[in-house]
Design a binder for this molecule. Structure first.
Ligand SMILES: [Mg+2]
Length: 311
């Protein structure tokens, strides 16, 4: 399966024929359609009962295919062809070219990872559900994507998001949030950004959610509530130090103290979370802008997805 905007069919065919010469006649190609983000193509691909489904596209295409493959045991191979490719980054799948990614997809080992789901309600009471593999985010995170020019994204990759972030920062606002974690109500709190992650790493190798594991049956949540430049700097510093491999190792060995909790950036883990916002807030799911929502509920299906990673 491939997203024709992002991947060339001919290149994919060549790479596949290289890796699986004997199976030439057994290869099926399905082109995704922008209208349904590839849902119809994914259904067709699953219907032929394949041994393996390769997806050439970004995180948006991967999550649509993941929904069709969930619970089937058909392994999914990722050929990164978008700008974010965060799932591929989190799984250490080669980003450098079609050939190396196809090699991992065909000859790699299969591991099970969790699939997350988000149930959302918009201002008009319309409810919808979305699968996600990396992260759902409301607030600054989604506003950044809304402000990021897609042409710039093509040219600059994730660097383009920095411009979007700066534009979005100008009109950051806080919302009051009511919610429940694993069925228990939590005290009302204020936040300007909340991220719910299946995977913890975002752009530029930043480990935004340091404890997130893709197969632990848990979602990780990060609540950002900085006010003013100084507390933004504290948040940035905290994220940077959580992302440093050396600091992470030293903490594991108890050479460095555990992460200190700062009120501007709080983490949690849960199986299920329900959030309700007092004003509509922008939502993004795996990099796709969904729009403004008033409710967001997320849960996770443990090890629902078989995925090919490096041996
Ligand atoms: Mg997890």
């Amino acid at each position: 399966m491939f997203n024709p905007v992002k991947a060339e069919e001919r290149e994919l065919r060549n790479a596949l024929h290289e890796e699986v010469p004997a199976a030439k006649s057994d290869l099926n190609f399905f082109e995704t359609d922008a209208d349904d983000q590839g849902a119809a193509a994914a259904k067709k691909a699953v219907a032929v009962k394949p041994d393996l489904v390769l997806v050439a596209g970004g995180d948006g295409t991967v999550r649509i295919v993941a929904e069709q493959l969930a619970g089937t045991d058909i392994p999914l191979g990722i050929v990164p062809a978008g700008t974010g490719n965060l799932l591929a980054r989190n799984l250490n799948i080669p980003l450098g070219g079609i050939d190396s990614a196809v090699r991992v997809a065909v000859h790699g080992k299969t591991e099970k990872i969790d699939l997350a789901r988000a149930a959302v309600t918009d201002e008009d009471g319309q409810e919808s559900e979305y699968p996600f593999v990396v992260m759902a985010g409301v607030g600054l995170d989604a506003a950044t994507m809304a402000e990021t020019d897609s042409e710039m994204k093509k040219k600059l990759g994730w660097v383009a998001y920095v411009g979007g972030l700066l534009r979005a920062l100008k009109d950051v606002r806080k919302v009051n949030v009511r919610g429940a974690v694993d069925g228990d109500d939590v005290e009302e709190f204020r936040a300007n950004t909340i991220m719910i992650g299946n995977a913890g790493m975002v752009q530029g190798n930043v480990r935004f959610m340091p404890d997130a594991e893709l197969d632990d049956g848990l979602l990780d949540i990060a609540v950002l509530n900085p006010s003013g430049p100084l507390s933004w700097m504290q948040v940035m510093h905290e994220v940077a130090s959580n992302s440093s491999p050396i600091q992470r190792e030293l903490r594991k060995l108890s050479v460095l103290p555990d992460r200190k909790a700062i009120p501007e950036l709080q983490f949690g883990q849960m199986k299920r979370v329900e959030l309700e916002f007092d004003t509509p807030i922008e939502l993004q799911i795996d990099g796709d802008l969904i729009g403004e929502v008033v409710k967001l509920g997320c849960y996770v299906q443990k090890e629902a997805l078989a995925i090919r990673i490096k041996q």
